[in-house]
Design a protein around this ligand. Structure first.
Ligand code: F6P
Length: 556
C-alpha cells in the first residue's frame, strides 16, 4: 500500500467523505451566510470563488493537512530553487525563472541563468519589433505580413492559446498562423493564400526532432524555395526556437535567427520562453512583459501565501478531493470569454501530459487515481451541447468557470446576457431543482395532475454539482499570464500530493516508436503480418485501398 493512502489526513478524508457525501450544497449555503466570503480568494483583479464546492471547514482543514503531510511547501521551494525535481530526466523545472524580473540571480546547477534568459528575451523582442515596425524586409524588400508558427504540443498550444486570447491586443495587419498537424491539409491550407516574399516562418521545437514539426518545416522550406527559385533568401524568412541549436543550423536557419530554450523548461511550460516569439510579434514587447508580470505575481503568491490562502494550492486540493474521494474521473474547464476558446485545449496538454501517470516518484505503481480527464469548451457553446450531462448525467464532473467582468469592446447588451448565463449555470449546478419545485412550476403552467406526474422525474435537477469560478476584470496580458500560472502551479501541487513527476512525459514515446517502424512498412505495397491481426488488417486494408487509388499492383 502506498504511503499516501496510509496518511492520517488521507484516512480522515476518506472517513469524512462518508459523512459528507450526501450533504447538499443548498444546506451548506443555508447553514452559513458567510460561505462566499469564507471560500473566496483574490489575486490582482482575479476573484477565485470556490464556495460552490462540496466542502466544509472540516474538509478544508483535512485537505490542508494533506498538503502539509505531502510536504507541498518544501516541494514548492525545491522547484523555485532549481533542484532536479524532474528526476527521470534529471532536470530542474524553472519556467518560473523566465518571468522573474525581480530576483538578482537564479542558479541552475551552479550557473546563474538570469543573464542568459534576459539576453535571449532581448533578441526575441528585437526581431519581433523589427517585424512589427516593418523594418524587417523579406526577399523583395517587402515587409512581413504573415507569420507561420510550425510546432506541436507545447511548441504550439501555448502560443496559439495566448495569440487567440490576446487578439484585441495584436496588430491587425499582421497575421499569425499556426501549423501543427502532419496531415498535409494543415500546411497546404495555410500556405495556399500566402506570399513567400511576405511570410516569416518560426520552426518551434524544443528537440528539433519531432516528426510532425520537421516534416511540416521541410514542406514549408520547399514551398519557399520553389516559389522563389532559390535558397538564398531563407535567412530573411526562417527562424527557429529550440534547445537543439546545431540541428536548427543544419536545417539551414541562420544562426542569428535561432533562439534558444533550455532543458529546464518543459515544452508545455514554455510559452514564456522564446517559444513565445509569435506572441511577441503579435502583441509587442511591452504586452509580453505584462504577460510575464502577471505570471510572476502568481509565482510570488504561490511561494509566499500560506497554504489556506494559496489559490493554486486550494485549486489543487479541491481536484484531489473529487478525484480521489468522490471518484470523479473528469473535470471541465468552461471559459465564457470567446478569446479563451483554445484555453481548454492548452490546459488539456498542461494537465494530462503532466499528471496522467500511474508510476510514483519511487517507481511504484500507485494505488489511487491521478490526473483527471480534462475537457472543455466555451461555456456558452457547452451549454447547448454537453451541459445536459453536467446537470442530469450520472457522473460527477467538477467544473471551472472563467469569465470577465467586462469584455474588450464592452457592448453591454452582449456582455450582460453572457454573464447572466455564467451566474445562472453555477447556481443551477449547485442548487438543482427539487421535485416540489418542478411540480409547482408545471402546475403554474396549467398541466393536469397526470401530466405533472409523468413529467416530474425529468424536470428534477439533483444539483450538488461543484463549480469554481475565476472572475477577472478583463482578459488583458497581465491577467492572462496570472490565470495560466495559477493552473501551472495547481497541476504541480497535485503532482506533489500524488507523488508523481509532473514534468516528464514518457507516455508519449511508445506511439512515436511504433510509428517510426510502421512508416517503413508503408513505403511499399507488400502485405505484412508482423503485428496483431487488427493492426495487420488495418495496414493491409490501407495498402490495398491505396494501391487501388494509385493503380499499383499488390504483392504478397
Ligand atoms: O510528444 C509530446 C511532446 O514531446 C510534448 O511534450 C512537446 O510539447 C511536444 O511533443 C513537442 O515537442 P518539441 O517542442 O520538442 O517539438
Amino acid at each position: 500500500m502506498s504511503e499516501l493512502t496510509q496518511l492520517d489526513s488521507w484516512l480522515a478524508l476518506a472517513k469524512h467523505y462518508d459523512e459528507i457525501k450526501d450533504v447538499h450544497m443548498r444546506e451548506m449555503f443555508d447553514a452559513d451566510a458567510n460561505r462566499f466570503e469564507k471560500y473566496s480568494l483574490q489575486i490582482n483583479n482575479i476573484l477565485y470563488d470556490y464556495s460552490k464546492n462540496r466542502v466544509t471547514d472540516e474538509t478544508m482543514g483535512l485537505l490542508l493537512q494533506l498538503a502539509k503531510d505531502a510536504d507541498v511547501a518544501s516541494k514548492i521551494e525545491a522547484m523555485f530553487n532549481g533542484e532536479h525535481i524532474n528526476h527521470t530526466e534529471d532536470r530542474a523545472v524553472l519556467h518560473t525563472a523566465l518571468r522573474d524580473n525581480s530576483s538578482e540571480s537564479i542558479m541552475v546547477d551552479g550557473i546563474d541563468v538570469l543573464p542568459e534568459i534576459k539576453a535571449e528575451r532581448e533578441r526575441v523582442k528585437a526581431l519581433a519589433e523589427k517585424i512589427r515596425t516593418r523594418e524587417w524586409r523579406g526577399a523583395s524588400n517587402q515587409a512581413i505580413t504573415d507569420v507561420v508558427n510550425i510546432g506541436i504540443g507545447g511548441s504550439h498550444l501555448g502560443p496559439l492559446m495566448v495569440n487567440e486570447a490576446l487578439r484585441p491586443h495584436s496588430l491587425h495587419d499582421l497575421n499569425v498562423h499556426f501549423v501543427s498537424n502532419i496531415d498535409e491539409n494543415h500546411i497546404n491550407d495555410t500556405l495556399e493564400y500566402l506570399n513567400p516574399e511576405t511570410t516569416f516562418f518560426i520552426i518551434a521545437s524544443k528537440t528539433f526532432t519531432t516528426q510532425d514539426t520537421m516534416v511540416n518545416a521541410e514542406t514549408a522550406r520547399q514551398w519557399f524555395i520553389n516559389k522563389l527559385g532559390s535558397e538564398e533568401q531563407i535567412h530573411r524568412h526562417f527562424s527557429a526556437v529550440t534547445s537543439n541549436v546545431p540541428l536548427a543550423k543544419e536545417f539551414g536557419i541562420a544562426e542569428e535567427n535561432v533562439f534558444k530554450m533550455w532543458d529546464w523548461v518543459g515544452g508545455r511550460y514554455s510559452l514564456w520562453s522564446a517559444i513565445g516569439l509569435s506572441i511577441v510579434i503579435a502583441i509587442g514587447s511591452e504586452a509580453f512583459d505584462e504577460l510575464l508580470e502577471g505570471a510572476h505575481d502568481v509565482d510570488v503568491h504561490f511561494q509566499e501565501a500560506p497554504l489556506e490562502k494559496n489559490i493554486p494550492v486550494i485549486m489543487a486540493l479541491l481536484g484531489v478531493w473529487y478525484n480521489n474521494f468522490f471518484d470523479a474521473q473528469s473535470m471541465a474547464v468552461l471559459p465564457y470569454d470567446q478569446h479563451l476558446h483554445r484555453f481548454p485545449a492548452y490546459l488539456q496538454q498542461a494537465d494530462m501530459e503532466s499528471n496522467g501517470k500511474y508510476v510514483d516518484m519511487q517507481g511504484n505503481t500507485v494505488d489511487y487515481t491521478t490526473g483527471p480527464v480534462l475537457f472543455g469548451e466555451i461555456g456558452i457553446a457547452g451549454q447547448h451541447a454537453f451541459f445536459q450531462l453536467l446537470h442530469q448525467g450520472t457522473k460527477l464532473v467538477p467544473a471551472d468557470i472563467l469569465a470577465p467582468v467586462y469584455s474588450f469592446r464592452c457592448i453591454a447588451r452582449h456582455h450582460r446576457a453572457l454573464m447572466s448565463n455564467v451566474f445562472a449555470q453555477t447556481e443551477a449546478l449547485m442548487r438543482g431543482k427539487t421535485e416540489d419545485e418542478a411540480r409547482d412550476e408545471l402546475a403554474a403552467e396549467g398541466l393536469t395532475e397526470e401530466q405533472i406526474e409523468n413529467l416530474v422525474p425529468y424536470k428534477v435537477f439533483p444539483g450538488n454539482r461543484p463549480t469554481s469560478t475565476l472572475l477577472f476584470d478583463t482578459l488583458d496580458p497581465k491577467t492572462l499570464g496570472a490565470i495560466v500560472a495559477l493552473y501551472e502551479h495547481k497541476i504541480f501541487v497535485q503532482g506533489v500530493v500524488w507523488n508523481i513527476n509532473s514534468f516528464d512525459q514518457w507516455g508519449v514515446e511508445l506511439g512515436k516508436q511504433l510509428a517510426k517502424s510502421i512508416l517503413h512498412e508503408l513505403n511499399n505495397d507488400n502485405y505484412i503480418n508482423t503485428h496483431d491481426s487488427s493492426t495487420n488488417g488495418l495496414i493491409n486494408h490501407y495498402k490495398k485501398r491505396r494501391s487501388m487509388k494509385t493503380g499499383t499492383e499488390q504483392e504478397g
